[in-house]
Design a protein around this ligand. Structure first.
Ligand code: AGP
Length: 590
């Protein structure tokens, strides 16, 4: 949930850490901090509540060749200077991403031994333990410490007078970067984009020791191991705003390319997937948030194209319900980051119960990728904005192809060819849709209710989540037919209903729902590509017309429209859609 960065090399570590923290900020932005070791082995720590920009000036006066940094999404203890990382004890200073589940018990024991705690964080326990275990060897002290930790951790520790960073990883991602006489350690690849030529990914239980001479990696039995080195393909330019005011808008405009790339990459992955799906008789889709909403669309693809019953569940619910899964089931675990704890653990559980796991992910080196039997690649490219945009549409494109593959269709079939036309329609939608005046209406509304049927309902859920997430305007997504079973009570002149209508056969039914809203004094917007829908209401309804396409492909354009509406609403209200309050991009804690 937080971002960590470490640097050992000849450049100014304070500068490298500062840059890394700006790049990792999307993982958490409640507070940030850094610890830099100077030439004499003395460590300076600075930490500040708020975004990295608050911390950045304090790094101007510090220099050294070794440094660690942290940007935080608070789990234990409110956002504050004192709860910000790094945390120190004696000669030791640490940064930590993850959750130490048994910290209360460890803290009591340490307090009984006379230790005093300054923060409310779970992480300070790790600093105290490493300090107590330190007998001259930093890596051994860290190895001893992690033996008693329960939970998840990506931990980096430095020690006064020791020219090294010791690292431990368990269920929180850590990658190592190899440059020219310089070495990095970070939570994810964007942090190292353009910084080093190769990277390796630590496995659960691994420890690493980074010195000016190189990196040594050890497994949980302290045996030295080799982890594959692969080319660092993350491009620094993907981190640029390229003239856009916000990443959300930039990434929204990257949707056509994301869908196109996903289709291309799927072709290469298809044979392996086809093989893995042989004999499968049950489909389960899992994900959280936006990825879960993509799964809901995917479920309809499996049902419609392969006529097989498919289930889609929230990953966090699935893993705690003692799920009924056995051999013959295929679990499509959908996750942009591939690091969402609930999704990764739900997939792991399904696999232990005998299911095949297919990772539908944008992150080729993620935990989800590593545990999956097969990867169905989502090639959306780096997504920095906390609110998912292009990754959602690319996930839908990927699931569409997965369902066709499962149905035994070749990638030259009519449906697959129709998908290849969608990037152009996404582009057309981006160019033609003007949501500005509707955004003004939503910005002043007491509630915005998204309505739809079938796949439109799945997109309605996503439209509602997106709007809430970036603008803080409350609302919900509902099946259009459900309105009259309760939600209608909420409708008044201050509310707005956004109806999504992309199925000609259901258009009349959706029109009824819109009429019900209007007759209760509510305001309505219809996003549609069905000609003539709501024609009789057109003086009372705002209509956004999108290009014609098959109803199963319409989520690729209706999503673009609702995402644009959410962005514009946030802009009207002056919110930062890239870093909404209280959120972070990858939720690596439960
Ligand atoms: C999307 O806008 C949200 N920020 C959030 O719901 C996100 O989709 C969810 O946390 C799942 O993330 P993942 O795709 O990386 O697993």
């Amino acid at each position: 949930m937080c971002g960590i960065i470490g640097y050992v090399g000849n450049k100014n570590a304070a500068e490298e850490v500062r840059e890394g923290l700006f790049r990792l900020e999307y993982r958490g932005y409640d507070s940030a901090g850094a610890a830099i070791m100077d030439e004499n082995g003395i460590i300076s720590v600075v930490k500040k509540q708020g975004k990295v920009a608050n911390l950045a000036p304090y790094l101007d006066d510090i220099s050294g060749r070794i440094g660690i940094g942290h940007t935080r999404w608070a789990t234990h203890g409110k956002p504050s200077d004192v709860n910000a990382h790094p945390h120190s004890s004696g000669k030791i200073t640490v940064v930590h991403n993850g959750i130490i589940e048994n910290y209360a018990e460890l803290k009591s024991k340490l307090e009984a031994c006379g230790e005093r705690f300054f923060s409310q964080t779970d992480s300070e326990v790790a600093a105290k333990l490493i300090n107590r275990n330190f007998k001259g060897d930093l890596l051994c002290a860290l190895a001893e410490t992690v033996k008693v930790l329960k939970g998840s951790y990506a931990l980096m520790a430095i020690c006064e007078g020791v020219s090294a960073i010791a690292v431990a990883k368990y269920r929180s991602s850590v990658i190592l970067g190899y440059g020219d006489d310089e070495y990095f350690c970070a939570s994810d690849e964007p942090a190292l984009a353009g910084k080093c030529s190769s990277i390796s990914v630590l496995e659960d239980g691994d420890l690493a020791y980074i010195t000016p001479d190189g990196i040594e990696i050890y497994d949980d039995g302290m045996q030295q191991v080799i982890r594959d080195k692969r080319a660092n393909t993350a491009a620094a330019q993907s981190l640029d705003l390229c003239g856009y005011p916000r990443y959300m808008l930039k990434e929204l405009y990257e949707t056509p390319a994301a869908v196109e790339r996903t289709v291309k990459e799927f072709n290469a992955a298809a044979p392996k997937l086809r093989e893995a799906l042989r004999g499968i008789n049950r489909i389960i889709l899992l994900g959280c948030g936006t990825a879960y909403h993509a799964g809901l669309v995917g479920k309809r693809y499996f049902e419609a194209f392969a006529r097989i019953p498919a289930e889609c569940e929230n990953a966090g619910e699935f893993r705690y319900k003692n799920p009924v899964v056995c051999e013959g089931a295929a679990v499509f675990a959908v996750s942009q980051s591939g690091e969402t704890a609930d999704t990764v653990e739900a997939a792991r559980l399904a696999r232990t119960l005998g299911a095949k796991v297919i990772a539908v992910t944008n992150a080729p080196n993620s935990a989800l990728t590593r545990l999956a039997d097969v990867v169905a690649p989502v090639a959306a490219g780096t997504e920095i904005c906390v609110a998912a945009t292009k990754s959602y549409t690319a996930q839908i494109a990927c699931l569409y192809l997965c369902a066709l593959t499962f149905a035994g269709e070749p990638l030259t079939c009519e449906r697959a060819v129709a998908l290849t036309k969608m990037p152009a329609l996404c582009e057309k939608t981006l160019a033609s849709v003007n949501t500005y005046s509707i955004a003004n209406m939503c910005a002043g509304a007491s509630g915005v209710y998204f309505l739809g049927r079938d796949v439109d309902y799945a997109v309605a859920l996503e439209g509602s989540l997106k709007l809430k997430e970036v603008s803080y305007v409350p609302g919900e997504g509902y099946p259009a037919g459900e309105l009259k079973h309760g939600t209608l009570a909420l409708i008044d002149g201050k509310t707005v209903c956004v109806a999504l209508v992309f199925d000609k056969n259901l258009a009349k039914k959706c029109e009824n729902a819109v009429e019900q809203v209007l007759s209760r004094g509510g305001r309505a917007v219809v996003i549609t590509n069905v000609v003539g829908v709501c024609a009789s209401l057109k003086d009372r309804v705002r209509i956004i017309s999108l290009p014609d396409c098959d109803k199963f492909l319409s989520p690729l354009i209706s999503a673009v429209a609702v995402q644009k509406l959410a962005y514009e609403t946030a802009a009207v209200l002056g919110r930062d859609p890239d870093k909404p309050r209280n959120l972070a991009k990858s939720v690596t804690v439960e």
